[in-house]
Design a protein around this ligand. Structure first.
Ligand SMILES: NC(=O)c1ccc[n+]([C@@H]2O[C@H](COP(=O)([O-])OP(=O)(O)OC[C@H]3O[C@@H](n4cnc5c(N)ncnc54)[C@H](OP(=O)(O)O)[C@@H]3O)[C@@H](O)[C@H]2O)c1
Length: 337
């Protein structure tokens, strides 16, 4: 199995360093519009960046639908936000039980989202939930490599159920954010993806590549998904003026490294900014008025600027690779429609 070149690894480390010392946030809460009568979906909102994103949206009077795997954690997180932002005229609805390690749970989440949305327009979708495993530890219930299941298959399957609610000309604000990472640099040589078998079905754990390569693959896929979704729905996407982008939120202290041991977590707590900075990047992608349909497929760098991804992926966004990935994932998830 080929792995990426030394040169690419060095470029990846340089990218991570640039993110640690990134520019100041380009677009801050005081710049956000009032979001009364707007609705946003945020996945993985019980903790980390997703929690900050939900709080900032709610503060602007948005109706926020948080999609989480453990309902009690989601409810607790939403109660904390409601207590902190008592003046909001928005709402938070928690959709629990959506576990991207078991794709059979996603349809039910789609039904609950539909019920929570009612007749309201759906303005923003932020695919934020993610897993960065410290070692090659997992396989989903369906036998897929864990990070590909959580970071790629789950979000695209959820989007399948969201599409009929979202693809409507019912409001001027229409955005989708696919949360990626600078770690996409460590994915496989061809646009980050191990094309023959990206889910590593049937391959024992000890024969799989290292976890950093697998996480990199999943985050490269997110960059392709942002464009692939738009390419698939090109006519309606242009008609409703929807912008679908990926973003690298930043290198931040959240729970993402919860299983990485105390020393690494201590180092992260000393060096990295907190999760609110990741929210500034994600909300730049979701709300910044300067982004338009011409920016579809763009990769947003911390803490709010358009940036080129790894060179082969930059090209992959223009030569049909986005659709190749999208279709490959559709094939894997279609049994769960
Ligand atoms: N923090 C960083 O430095 C950094 C850098 C680059 C990119 N990112 C990306 O930013 C996003 C948010 O990460 P974060 O830093 O906020 O991490 P976090 O604090 O660990 O939050 C991750 C969220 O994803 C959810 N999640 C994990 N596994 C799931 C599953 N099987 N099904 C459904 N939801 C699941 C978690 O739910 P549970 O609490 O139930 O596990 C949690 O709500 C991720 O996509 C990550 O890859 C983060």
């Amino acid at each position: 199995m080929s792995s990426i070149s030394f040169k690419s690894r060095v470029k990846g480390i340089a990218e991570i360093y640039r993110a640690v010392v990134a520019n100041k946030p380009a677009y801050l809460p005081e710049d956000y519009p009032d979001l009364t009568n707007k609705t946003a979906i945020v996945t993985g909102a019980n903790t980390g960046i997703g929690w900050h994103v939900s709080k900032l949206l709610y503060e602007k009077n948005c109706h926020v639908i948080t999609v989480v795997r453990t309902e009690s954690k989601g409810l607790e997180a939403s109660e904390t936000i409601k207590k902190e932002i008592a003046s909001s005229k928005g709402s938070i609805t928690v959709v629990g039980g959506c576990d991207f390690l078991d794709l059979t749970t996603v349809k039910d989440a789609g039904d609950k989202i539909k019920a929570a949305l009612g007749d309201k327009p759906l303005n923003v979708v932020i695919h934020n939930a993610g897993l960065m495993a410290p070692k090659n530890q997992g396989t989903s219930k369906q036998g897929y490599e864990a990070m590909f299941s959580v970071n790629v298959l789950g979000p695209q399957l959820l989007q399948h159920f969201i599409d009929p609610l979202f693809l409507k000309k019912d409001d001027t604000l229409k955005r989708i954010v696919w949360v990626s990472s600078g770690a996409h640099f460590s994915g496989f040589p061809e646009c980050g993806i191990h094309w023959e078998n990206p889910t590593f079905e049937g391959i024992p754990l000890n024969e799989r590549p290292d976890n950093i390569t697998l996480y990199g693959q999943s985050k490269a896929a997110n960059i392709l998904q942002a464009k692939g979704w738009s390419t698939t729905h090109k006519v309606i996407v242009e008609n409703i003026g929807c912008v679908s982008v990926s973003c690298f939120p930043g290198i931040l202290k959240t729970e993402l490294m919860r299983e990485w041991g105390t020393s690494l977590n201590y180092l992260a707590s000393c060096l990295f900014k907190d999760g609110s900075y990741g929210a500034y990047t994600e909300l730049y992608a979701a709300l910044y008025p300067g982004l338009s349909i011409k920016d579809t497929g763009a990769y947003i760098f911390p803490f709010g600027e358009i940036h080129d991804p790894r060179e082969d992926l930059r090209i992959g966004l223009t030569d049909g690779t986005d659709l190749k990935l999208w279709d490959l994932v559709q094939e894997k998830i279609s049994p769960f429609f």
